[in-house]
Design a protein around this ligand. Structure first.
Ligand SMILES: NC(=O)C1=CN([C@@H]2O[C@H](COP(=O)(O)OP(=O)(O)OC[C@H]3O[C@@H](n4cnc5c(N)ncnc54)[C@H](OP(=O)(O)O)[C@@H]3O)[C@@H](O)[C@H]2O)C=CC1
Ligand SMILES: O=C1OC[C@@H](O)[C@H](O)[C@H]1O
Length: 407
């Protein structure tokens, strides 16, 4: 999967002249020193590329289970400030490293986030941040104890396009939210059969991997996720042939009820994930099934946000008036209600994510408490409360489907 992202990113960067921008980016005198746990396939797109244009952060090290693998990434991506570490523990023990990015398999996220926090590092951890909501509560406690930042890599949530849709939904101009539908699917064969996503022991499964669908429904269904009630009405899995505990696909219906919105009435949500859409007649790859969309039905309009996890590539958000059928189009690549006057049209969702992470770490290093940074305006973030609410949906979906909460 990650090779597809690399290819798309290469094209995007070429189209926007990013190589020249990278070459002219000057680092600050004391940039944030970031270590990476694992020479994962996602690293180039999700962390190396954004770091290359951020003036205040450098990759200082990569740890891998094999030193040669870490060295190979350092060489291939010309990470001139980085050194290879022979183990994740070694990297965490290095006092020079101030923050870490964790792109390990899902089942290792909580364990290494806790170890990193206890080693005094700030943490940017891949989605899903943990295997279940209980683990997130543990992360929250240790983050508060240590005063270190933890950000789940819900990169799409930090892009101006997501903020724009949220502001349209919450504006009240289109009435109350009635339903939110999301879908994410990939043709069978996109991932190898033994990919981490198909391994129960590593907290795999389509709901875990494509958790964006639950992140989006909850973001748009309620103005805030504080004190929401989540009830899952149905969760229908298609299980993996090699492992009956792995949901290769899942179709879910649930409600999100917010005490402070919609007169306390539940908002219906429908989410679909599929990591392996079967080939047509077993011979034709269903490329048309690579669909990723979020649709918000409001009293007076329907808002469609196509490719919501990757709006940096290109997007057109449509608002269709229910009474007249009139369609209004929107897009946002910079600025918006949260970033105000910040960003560049070529910034990826991962670049916005890094901006948010570094901003927050710098605020904490500058003497602000975690709670104070949460209150700071103009500091977009995805808080652990939101991570917990999203994971609570996933836990309840797995319980309803009879597959058991991930461990
Ligand atoms: N934000 C996004 O757009 C994306 C996010 N992701 C997320 O990133 C994470 C990694 O995904 P991806 O890069 O595709 O996965 P990879 O399989 O390429 O990377 C996982 C890394 O985990 C390490 N690892 C440690 N223990 C194990 C183990 N027991 N089995 C397998 N690997 C192990 C390996 O590191 P080493 O051997 O180098 O030590 C490996 O490099 C996942 O959580 C996924 O959800 C993935 C793709 C896109
Ligand atoms: O963006 C993504 O698309 C496909 C997934 O497998 C991947 O992990 C995810 O983050």
């Amino acid at each position: 999967m990650s090779w597809v992202l690399d290819l798309v990113l290469g094209f995007h960067n070429w189209r926007h002249g990013v190589p020249k921008i990278i070459a002219s980016t000057k680092k600050s005198t004391s940039p944030l020193r970031l270590g990476v746990l694992g020479a994962a396939a996602i690293n180039p797109c999700a962390i190396f590329d954004p770091v290359s244009t951020h003036p205040d952060v450098v990759i200082s090290g990569i740890a891998a289970r094999s030193e040669t693998k870490a060295e190979a990434q350092i060489t291939q991506y010309k990470l001139q400030h980085a050194r290879a570490y022979v183990s994740y523990d070694d990297l965490l023990a290095d006092p020079e490293i101030e923050a870490v990015y964790i792109p390990l398999p899902n089942g290792l996220h909580a364990e290494w986030t806790l170890k990193a926090l206890r080693a005094g590092k700030h943490v940017l951890v891949e989605k899903p941040i943990a295997s279940n909501a209980e683990q997130i509560r543990g992360i929250k406690r240790v983050s508060e104890e240590t005063g270190k930042v933890v950000l789940e890599a819900f990169h799409w949530r930090l892009h101006p396009a997501a903020h724009l849709v949220k502001s349209l939904v919450d504006s009240g101009d289109y009435g109350a939210v009635q339903e939110v539908r999301t879908r994410m699917a990939l043709p069978a064969g996109t991932m190898a059969k033994d990919d981490i996503r198909f391994q129960y022991g590593l907290a795999g499964g389509s709901c875990m991997d494509m958790i964006y669908v639950y992140s989006a429904t909850s973001y748009f269904a309620a103005p805030s996720l504080r004190d929401v009630k989540i009830e899952v009405q149905s969760a229908v899995p298609r299980v993996n042939a090699r492992d009956g505990k792995i949901d290769e696909a899942m179709t879910t219906d649930y409600t999100i009820t917010s005490p402070s919105a919609n007169n306390g009435q539940p908002v219906h949500c429908h989410a679909e994930t599929d990591l392996a859409v079967p080939w047509l007649w077993g011979i034709i790859p269903p490329l048309w099934e690579g669909t990723i969309t979020a649709t918000v039905e409001l009293e007076k309009a329907t808002i469609v946000f196509p490719n919501f996890p990757g709006p940096w590539l290109s997007h057109t958000i449509t608002v269709t008036d229910r009474a007249t059928g009139k369609v209004t189009k929107h897009s946002a690549y910079t600025d918006g209600p949260q970033w105000v006057r910040r960003g560049q049209s070529w910034w990826t969702t991962y670049r916005y994510q890094l901006e948010a992470f570094v901003d927050r770490v710098r605020a904490v290093q500058g003497g602000k408490s975690l709670a104070e940074t949460e209150e700071m305006e103009r500091l977009p973030l995805v808080g652990l409360e939101e991570s917990e609410a999203v994971m609570t949906i996933v836990d309840k979906v797995y319980e309803k489907a009879g597959l058991g909460v991930r461990m």
